[in-house]
Design a protein around this ligand. Structure first.
Ligand code: HEM
Length: 354
């Protein structure tokens, strides 16, 4: 009897321990928001179960050598998704021609090292799981890793995207502009895609690390509305002499430039936001309270950021039989076909099916 109750109590202890650890583990991870049809939280569990570990491991080495690749990848993710959807079209190099999404002015400053890191991961994954993992999914996992490995939230990302075969050189017109104020960012860029003021403030928190070229912030030192801290203004002017506007860069977060944390919002409260679009969040009546909350509560920022990130990651995705799994992230599988040829083919296809 004593032995039975002993084993019972130890199993009870074990079960309670297990439950407690599960609660502990799940409380560290951000809860999963709703996802669109065609994506799945465990999309590769049979076909490529190690995919997320491979991305994580590879990026640990890459980030150790060059921490700037992390913000580079996060920006690449945002620019891919907000242009014509999370379809890896931003990686297409246009068969070596000048024509591609990347050459659009809104994509100025994208880091080649970030693009190359995605292609290198694709090559590694292709050895272990041939023809199953898309470049679009690799980019989403890598962007989450960029956040996680620099101190930001850990959260799951839904997977199952396919890669696009074409790109639209004008699609980066959908990207927000650093010189604009909050009302314009919301009405022209975020609300049309169903992102509200909280999403905008949370997503802008991505500027907690990384850099900006001087050309993208020149108006901040001229215009004092929204307000700018005078010492910060002097720092920006010193870092950005007139003849070096295209080359020189400044840190987006003056306090903790290589950490993913909530210092960005504390900078805004001190009028030390780099772009007009950043600083105005602390003045606009729709967003200033949210800035205050995120400045005093990092957990709330992390939760809202993770939610908004997952929302971004589902914009206009190709799933199921749409798109393809690219053999190289930089080119569609049928390389010989130009964009024009693909459009002609599509039109002929539609006409013959009529
Ligand atoms: C109002 C919205 C936004 C505007 C106007 C904006 C604009 C910019 C600009 C102009 C740069 C500087 C690029 C350069 O000069 O090299 C930049 C950098 C960056 N942006 Fe944004 N951005 C916005 C939202 C976002 C969002 C939503 C994310 C990601 C979730 C993001 C992530 C980044 C990162 C990580 C960098 C640093 C890149 C690097 O160091 O290479 N941005 N952004």
């Amino acid at each position: 009897m004593a032995r039975i109750s002993g084993s019972k109590s130890s199993s009870l202890f074990f079960i309670s321990f297990l439950l407690a650890s599960l609660v502990l583990v799940s409380s560290e991870r951000v809860a999963r928001p709703p996802i669109v049809r065609g994506l799945d939280w465990d999309y590769y569990w049979l076909s490529c179960p190690r995919v997320e570990r491979i991305v994580r491991k590879h990026l640990e080495d890459v980030f150790e050598k060059d921490s700037g690749v992390a913000p580079g990848i996060l920006r690449l993710f945002f620019h891919d998704c907000f242009s014509q959807g999370c379809d890896a079209s931003i990686l297409l190099n246009g068969n070596g021609t000048e024509e591609n999404e990347r050459n659009h002015p809104a994509n100025f400053g994208l880091r080649d090292e970030a693009l190359q890191a995605i292609e290198n991961i694709r090559a590694i994954i292709r050895v272990q799981c041939p023809r199953v993992v898309s470049c679009a999914d690799i980019l989403v996992i890598a962007a989450r890793e960029a956040v996680r490995q620099f101190g930001g939230p850990d959260f799951d990302v839904p997977l199952g995207r396919k890669d696009n075969t074409i790109f639209d050189i004008d699609s980066p017109d959908n990207l927000p502009v650093p010189f604009e104020r909050t009302d314009v960012q919301l009405s022209d860029f975020f609300e049309p895609k169903n992102f509200d003021a909280t999403d905008l403030v949370a997503l802008s928190g991505a500027h907690t690390f990384g850099r900006a070229h001087c050309t993208t912030l020149f108006n901040r030192t001229i215009d004092t509305n929204p307000p700018i801290d005078p010492d910060f203004k002097n720092q920006l002017e010193a870092a950005c002499p007139k003849d070096k506007q295209l080359i020189n860069t400044v840190n987006l977060d003056i306090r903790t430039p290589i950490q993913f944390d909530n210092m960005y919002y504390i900078n805004l409260l001190n009028h030390q936001g780099v772009f007009t679009s950043d600083q105005d969040l602390a003045s606009n009546p729709k967003t200033k309270e949210i800035v205050n909350r995120f400045a005093s509560n990092q957990n709330e920022f992390f939760n809202k950021f993770a939610n908004a990130f997952v929302k971004v990651s589902q914009l206009d995705v190709l799933t199921g039989n749409q798109g393809e799994i690219r053999k190289s992230c930089f080119a569609p599988n049928n390389k010989k076909k130009s964009n024009v040829a693909s459009v002609v083919e599509e039109v002929v296809g539609i006409a013959t099916n009529m």
